[in-house]
Design a protein around this ligand. Structure first.
Ligand SMILES: *[C@@H]1O[C@H](CO)[C@@H](O)[C@H](O)[C@H]1NC(C)=O
Ligand SMILES: *[C@@H]1O[C@H](CO)[C@@H](O)[C@H](O)[C@H]1NC(C)=O
Ligand SMILES: *[C@@H]1O[C@H](CO)[C@@H](O)[C@H](O)[C@H]1NC(C)=O
Length: 367
């Protein structure tokens, strides 16, 4: 236990150090901007801007954000930062870019004073959403991947108004496009249908066409995060009432990775100038599940914040029960990793060849 704690503390020291580098902007960020797409794993508050009656997939209340600076619940599904926050810091930014919806005025237009900010990046990710437009309907309004891409097209036009077409093209082709999506499609599919490969094929053809849309309007560098072993999240344990992971769901996550791997190989051979790094969130997580202490965790089945069986029968709300040592838990709530787990994941995608192909995110952004 002492050893686990020590490794968590040394993680915090590195985070603080990197954070300070970011704050003082000792060096230029390694890319002009970061554009982020996907679901709650990378959402930094999008759903906060959808009205409460519209959207039930939210995290803009405590105890979410309890370890965020000033303990502010921002809409991140985490006790603190999520993976894109750390990736943005590693890239040399002060913090990860703001939600697109937070930049709009009350007429849902982008005001002039915001346009200057756009080329540093924008976050379009929306908790509960998926690759398919229908995924997430159970949460009321969420913003599917396809609509997120349309929002980027709006941003793209504003950037070319600001920098001219050539400037915008240069800026965007050097920027990082970070995508983490697919878990909700698979989770929802299981609610009513267990048959696998055909569904994965449908997901992949939609995923491919979204990436083509982004490529066609100038995106060149894609950092893509696959689906984690979602058969092992606390919500599943609370439903099956065992500590075992739900195998069929994990098999879907693995099929998804394999299909994504093959689709990206093909797509990048067809799209000249496309570069990508694919992070294997599945294999990145299994060593932690098998040997938690080695990574500083003491609990990898229960949620830190929730209620009931495995503390995961209910979401994390101000009425939930919260564990004492947040960062000794792999999972913050029913679905999502703690900030400590997100930090390890960001380190892995950035620099660990074992889990990222054909190059790491770090290499993707090196000149
Ligand atoms: C991108 O745009 C910003 C201005 O918003 C500029 O400072 C930067 O140099 C541009 N970068 C590239 C690679 O064009
Ligand atoms: C279940 O999956 C099969 C094969 O993928 C498909 O034909 C069928 O329409 C699905 N059923 C539902 C209810 O989605
Ligand atoms: C994980 O590692 C195994 C063994 O190297 C590999 O076959 C598999 O494709 C990797 N990824 C997933 C998601 O299973």
């Amino acid at each position: 236990m002492a050893k686990g704690l020590r490794s968590v503390f040394s993680v915090w020291l590195i985070v603080l150090y990197l954070g300070m580098l970011g704050l003082h902007e000792c060096y230029q960020p390694r890319v002009p901007g970061v554009y982020i797409f996907g679901d709650s794993t990378v959402d930094v508050g999008t759903n906060h801007y959808l009205t409460e009656s519209e959207c039930r997939s939210r995290a803009d209340f405590l105890y979410n954000g309890i370890d965020f600076p000033h303990s502010i619940p921002t809409g991140r599904f985490s006790n603190g930062f999520n993976i894109v926050d750390y990736i943005a810091i590693f890239l040399g930014f002060k913090m990860s870019p703001p939600p697109f919806l937070s930049l709009l005025d009350k007429n849902k237009q982008l005001p002039k004073r915001m346009i200057r900010l756009l080329s540093r990046g924008v976050n379009f990710a929306s908790g509960g959403s998926g690759i398919l437009d229908d995924t997430g309907k159970q949460w009321g309004k969420v913003i599917p991947f396809g609509e997120q891409v349309e929002q980027f097209a709006i941003v793209r036009n504003k950037i070319s108004e600001l920098l001219g077409e050539e400037g915008a093209a240069a800026n965007i082709s050097e920027s990082l496009f970070l995508i983490s999506v697919g878990s909700n499609d698979i989770l929802e599919h299981f609610a009513y249908n267990q048959s696998g490969q055909a569904y994965i094929t449908t997901l992949m053809s939609t995923y491919e066409s979204r990436l083509r849309n982004l490529f066609d309007i100038g995106a060149k560098k894609f950092g893509i995060i696959s689906v984690a072993p979602i058969g092992c999240i606390p919500l599943i344990h609370s439903v099956t009432q065992t500590r075992d992971c739900f195998g069929p769901m994990n098999e879907h996550a693995q099929l998804f990775y394999k299909a994504l791997h093959d689709m990206l190989l093909k797509l990048s051979s067809e799209c000249k100038g496309m570069m990508y790094a694919l992070a294997d969130a599945y294999n990145m997580t299994t060593p932690i599940l098998e040997n938690p202490q080695k990574f500083g965790f003491n609990e990898v089945t229960k949620a830190c914040c929730g209620k009931g069986n495995f503390n995961a029968e209910e979401p994390c709300t101000p009425n939930a029960k919260v564990c004492k040592y947040h960062n000794e838990y792999l999972f913050w709530d029913q679905y999502h990793p703690t900030q400590a787990a997100s930090y390890l994941a960001a380190l892995a995608v950035f620099g660990n060849h074992e889990f990222v192909v054909p190059i790491t995110f770090g290499q993707l952004v090196s000149p």
